[in-house]
Design a protein around this ligand. Structure first.
Ligand SMILES: Cc1cc2nc3c(=O)[nH]c(=O)nc-3n(C[C@H](O)[C@H](O)[C@H](O)COP(=O)(O)OP(=O)(O)OC[C@H]3O[C@@H](n4cnc5c(N)ncnc54)[C@H](O)[C@@H]3O)c2cc1C
Length: 416
């Protein structure tokens, strides 16, 4: 019998899980290690949006103009506590540099290549696991106060439209036909009929984990403390100090990935953009699809277990405790859209770590300088969307047949 390559996947977030699923299906002997249960970290609490058309990077031309406001506006969509400015500054500088028009075009092309067909990629996994009901295909609806408000996002919408996004601008009467309870603060809608959402990201992660096990993969609870090397080859990882050898090691540890790379001399500008959600089991009002008021770009997503209000971007690293005032702001966003919402019953507010690189592109593929090491992290605001395509691409690159997609734009080497 042919040798089945052994693969250790570090991280059982949605990216590690989709990668493990595709690897197991391709015949690899897969072990996934995580210090928590599958999908219980950032991947459990996102807004659920599957946004294959979101190819506009976060840093768009003109971003430099916005940085001072970002730093000083404590109620803004993005906040950086004063104590964190020195740590954030080098990242922000790279972020601003990536907003040059020619770079933005290249990034959008990279994102389009990765995300195109993302929903089909999710369904490919979920149908095989008998859980296609996790994906709701009702589109997404952005809300703007008026034409002037909409004009602020013209460049990003135009970029997405050029990459094939189906978008329809609606007047107030048309938007009420879709979502009749939206407050009169909003006069314009942008409806994206082809975008979809997960009705339960944690259940989705657990379904995929079950699929990995069904195909012979194993899960191990533990902390990967270091990558193991022999000469210039990565040969596995130390898990709680114990050696775990593997032919290949896939680093899918979300916002914590860079820490494991640093001892190999690989330095990646990965920052956590901390995000929050509030879950209302019985809000008394429920949209049919994710609604995104453009004020602070918060998502109001109808989920199996209630209405989830998710968003906010806060720098501050992976160690600092959550900032309750950031999640409280989400309720203000909700009140702007649904002043009638009943917020008396709330699940404990949640915080997670978006793994963000300054150019909005994830790192996917082999590490040239370290055979045996593969990366799948840094998906930022689009990690749910990008997880299934990433898993398919990485497994194909590792197990063959080699994918047609050129992985160079996603290479770790771009930060060398
Ligand atoms: C508020 C919010 C809303 C969002 N909304 C959306 C959305 O609508 N659509 C979308 O596409 N994306 C969204 N995202 C982004 C998305 O959730 C993330 O990009 C995605 O979950 C990242 O997945 P991951 O697997 O890379 O990381 P994670 O889910 O963070 O998983 C990494 C795993 O690695 C484990 N780990 C780390 N280090 C180690 C170690 N040393 N040893 C063992 N285990 C380790 C962690 O325990 C964790 O389980 C949102 C994020 C937030 C915070």
């Amino acid at each position: 019998m042919d040798h089945r390559p052994s693969v250790l996947v570090i991280g059982a977030g949605i990216v590690g899980l989709c990668t493990a699923w595709h690897l197991a299906r391709a015949g690899a002997d897969v072990t996934v290690v995580d210090r928590a249960g599958p999908g219980e970290g950032t991947s459990s609490g996102n807004a659920g949006a599957i946004s294959a058309g979101s190819v506009a990077p976060l840093a768009m031309p003109g971003v430099l103009r916005d940085v001072p406001k970002m730093l000083l506006d404590r109620k803004g969509a993005l906040t950086i506590p004063t104590r964190y400015w020195p740590t954030a500054f080098p990242w922000l500088w790279k972020f601003v540099l990536s907003a040059r028009p020619e770079r933005v075009e290249a990034i959008a092309q990279g994102l389009a290549t990765l995300l195109q067909g993302a929903e089909d990629r999710h369904l490919e996994i979920l149908e095989a696991e008998g859980a296609a009901d996790l994906i709701s295909r009702q589109g997404q609806l952005y809300l703007y106060r008026d034409r002037e408000h909409l004009a602020k996002d013209d460049a990003a919408w135009e970029l997405r439209r050029r990459h094939g996004l189906d978008m329809r601008v609606l007047n107030r009467i048309e938007l009420l036909e879709l979502e009749p309870e939206v407050s009169d603060r909003y006069g314009i809608g942008v409806f994206l009929p082809q975008q979809s959402h997960s009705v339960n990201p944690l259940r989705q992660a657990r379904v995929i984990a079950r699929g990995v096990e069904r195909m012979g993969g194993a899960f191990r609870r533990g902390n990967a403390t270091a990558l193991m090397t022999e000469g210039h080859r990565v040969t596995g990882a130390r898990i709680d100090g114990e050696a775990f050898a593997a032919d290949h090691t896939v680093l899918a540890a979300g916002a914590w990935s860079a820490k494991l790379l640093a001892p190999l001399g690989l330095h990646v500008p990965l920052e956590s953009q901390r995000g929050y959600h509030v879950m209302l089991p019985s809000p008394g009002v429920m949209p049919r699809r994710p609604i995104i008021p453009a004020d602070r770009k918060v998502f109001l997503t109808p989920m199996e277990e209630g209405l989830r209000i998710a968003g906010s971007v806060e720098f501050g690293g992976t160690e600092a405790p959550p900032s309750p005032e950031r999640s409280a702001l989400l309720l203000e966003d909700l009140a702007k859209v649904y002043p009638q919402a009943d917020t008396r019953e709330q699940r404990p507010h949640w915080m997670g770590h978006r793994p963000c690189l300054p150019d909005s592109l994830p790192v996917i593929g082999p590490v040239t300088a370290w055979p045996g090491l593969w990366c799948a992290f840094g998906h930022g605001h689009l990690g749910l969307t990008g997880s299934a395509p990433t898993g398919a691409l990485l497994a194909a690159a590792l197990m063959g047949p080699a994918p047609n997609t050129d992985l160079t734009p996603f290479g770790l080497e771009r930060f060398a």
